[in-house]
Design a protein around this ligand. Structure first.
Ligand code: CP
Ligand code: NVA
Length: 306
């Protein structure tokens, strides 16, 4: 069974095919491909974009969705993830899961006989990256090899996923984060190996260095859903805000992106967030198109495996 738990579960060519298909689907929506199919949405954390875009997207393609939360299922009463996966596989055709520990989704996928999609874990958020890559292609074309992407702030699930993306697509990624909030060491190690140690991924504690000549400035919240609000963290990260001052160092036609939701005034200044370089709503819209393309691609890949 082909799942999408990490960006590296698909090849570079397959990821490009998804982006191309998403661009087609955006122009000419598909209305009937999921007729008679049911998508499960097992969400153990809040979500606006991911859950609604999966649900709307699957309905738009003719299918039905079931939203499952711990409170409305036996998960809150301790039913094992193994049994949950085995039972849900008998009702559903595909499932997207948002959870805490990444091992939990791996365990679910290991026991499922339907494709499983990572709708965010504490470790990675690959669906977001699909929409981010599509937005870059729409705005700048596919010239990834010569592109510099700079990520600022917490070394969280988004930073980890950007590292995976850089290892696949080969662009120059500079992650600016204080040493105490560095991205996941295992992901970094795997990414270096995956990219053939091309030295295209750089971790720095100097945000100005990261911003210099960047094509894209990217940031995310300083306290993620798995973390308690921490003032200490905010103080430590204050020099990593994407601000006009930092943006002056980037290329004149730089893009600003953020997975959202945002804390304006923390990780990004209001003028950058609302300014002319910001493509945040196009990026959010592209969640819908890329996830449709991803689901179509997963069905195709799993039919080939049968
Ligand atoms: N970017 C993103 O995944 O947003 P939600 O948490 O609203 O799904
Ligand atoms: N890092 C954020 C991403 C939200 C889409 C979180 O995990 O809360």
């Amino acid at each position: 069974m082909k799942h999408f738990l990490r960006l590296t579960d698909l090849s570079k060519d397959e990821l490009y095919e998804i982006i191309d298909l998403a661009i087609d689907v955006k122009k000419k929506p598909i209305s009937n491909r999921m007729g008679g199919k049911t998508l499960g949405l097992l969400f153990e954390k809040p979500s606006t974009r991911t859950r609604v875009s999966f649900e709307a997207g699957f309905y738009q393609m003719g299918g039905n969705c079931v939203v499952i939360t711990p409170q409305t299922s036996q998960i809150s009463r301790g039913e094992t993830i193994e049994d949950t996966a085995k039972v849900l596989s008998r009702y559903l055709d595909m499932t997207a899961i948002r959870t805490f520990n990444h091992e939990r989704i791996e365990q679910f996928a290991g026991n499922a006989s339907i494709p499983v999609i990572n709708a965010l874990t504490d470790l990675t958020h690959p669906c977001q990256l699909l929409a981010d890559m599509m937005t870059i292609v729409e705005k700048k074309g596919k010239r990834f090899d010569s592109m510099k992407i700079a990520y600022f702030g917490d070394g969280n699930n988004m930073a980890n996923t950007w590292i995976e993306a850089a290892s696949i697509f080969g662009f120059h990624l500079s992650v600016a984060t204080p040493q105490d909030f560095a991205p996941n060491a295992a992901i970094l190690h795997q990414a270096m190996a995956y990219s053939g140690n091309k030295n295209n991924i750089e971790i720095t504690d100097n945000p100005r260095e990261a911003a210099k000549d960047a094509d894209l400035l990217y940031t995310d919240v300083w306290n993620s859903m798995n973390q308690k609000e921490s003032n200490e963290k905010i103080i430590n990260l204050k020099n990593y805000q994407v601000s006009q001052e930092l943006a002056k160092l980037a290329k004149p036609d730089f893009l600003f992106m953020h997975c959202l939701p945002a804390h304006i005034g923390q990780e990004v200044s209001e003028s950058i967030y609302k300014g002319k370089h910001s493509v945040i709503y196009q990026e959010a819209e592209n969640r819908l198109h890329t996830q449709k393309a991803l689901m179509l691609k997963l069905i195709e890949l799993n039919l080939q495996e049968d």
